[in-house]
Design a protein around this ligand. Structure first.
Ligand code: SAM
Length: 280
């Protein structure tokens, strides 16, 4: 046994782990992810003093809502993200918000798999750049199942390298540059941060808490981890959370047209909610 595989991890353990993850989070890991699962969890299994994965899985199975489950979920999610990722969505967001600038209520956007926060801060920067939009009437709700990335998002501290592609005006306006032992880091300024709220939210858990209706939902690069029935169920729920004519943005490889009749395509991986009468 190699040093790397000092913890016993059988094919049956992987199948069991995969089923547990699917049931709790909706993520379907394929066979090629066995090594990834081992490498992300082995350290934790070792720390707990177990010599085989099956003991660790027994521990999880024997407990309902423990911190260990959260650790398990955090370890197995994939959190890749970036500021202004897939920039075409921010152009559509800008247009949509401008059309509603005079409305007498909050303009609300939900970043529903926000990871470390770059997506939600990009949304807020886009909306705050619109002089027509009353900044008091703007709310960005950011959620993720992974508590580790959520806490990073709420802190709003990033390696400066991650903001390299942002234009200088945005950097000056919304980021503080770290000095001394924070050199090489940037921190989101309070005036941007205060438009966001952060929640842990599992897209596959039932029932969803009532969060009110949103003008726009971002659900990018997460549906891809779910199977089709799970994707279809989430889309149904998104349709119920959107305002009439609300927008839904998905990731670059996510296509939903065969899964729902509630949305109409309105751009690259962008969808508009159809009125009830327009649905088949
Ligand atoms: C690849 S990141 C996408 C981040 C961002 N939306 C983007 O496109 O740049 C996927 C995120 O989905 C989250 N996620 C996975 N399963 C989830 C679930 N069941 N409910 C909520 N979030 C989930 C992960 O924790 C991860 O942060």
């Amino acid at each position: 046994m190699s040093a790397e595989r000092d913890i016993k991890f059988t094919a049956a353990d992987f199948r069991r782990l995969r089923q547990m993850l699917y049931q709790r989070v909706g993520i379907s890991l394929n066979d090629s992810k066995s090594h990834m699962a081992y490498s992300r969890l082995a350290k934790r299994v070792r720390q707990l003093g177990f010599r085989q994965f099956s003991d660790y899985l027994d521990l999880l199975d024997g407990s309902a809502e423990t911190e260990e489950w959260q650790h398990f979920v955090n370890a197995l999610t994939t959190n890749l993200t970036a500021f202004f990722r897939e920039p075409h969505h921010f152009d559509l967001l800008r247009l949509h918000a401008m059309e509603r600038a005079g409305q007498d209520r909050l303009y609300r956007v939900w970043s529903s798999a926000v990871s470390t926060g770059e997506e939600a801060y990009s949304i807020a920067m886009t909306l705050l750049s619109l002089p027509q939009l009353n900044r008091q009437r703007l709310e960005v709700v950011a959620s993720d199942i992974d508590t580790r990335v959520l806490s990073h998002a709420a802190d709003g501290v990033y390696d400066a390298e991650r903001t390299r592609t942002l234009d200088t005006a945005l950097l000056k306006r919304y980021f503080l540059r770290g000095v001394g032992r924070n050199a090489g880091k940037v921190r989101i300024r309070k005036e941007l941060r205060e438009h966001l709220s952060f929640y842990q939210f599992n897209l596959v858990a039932e029932p969803w808490p009532d969060m009110g209706r949103f003008d726009v939902i971002f659900c990018r690069n997460v549906l891809i981890y779910f199977d089709k029935p799970t994707q279809a169920a989430i889309l149904q729920r998104f349709a119920r959370c959107l305002q009439p004519d609300g927008l839904l943005f998905l990731g670059h490889s996510e296509n939903i047209m065969h899964l729902t009749d509630a949305f109409q395509s309105c751009g690259r991986t962008a969808y508009r909610l159809l009125g009830q009468d327009a649905r088949e």
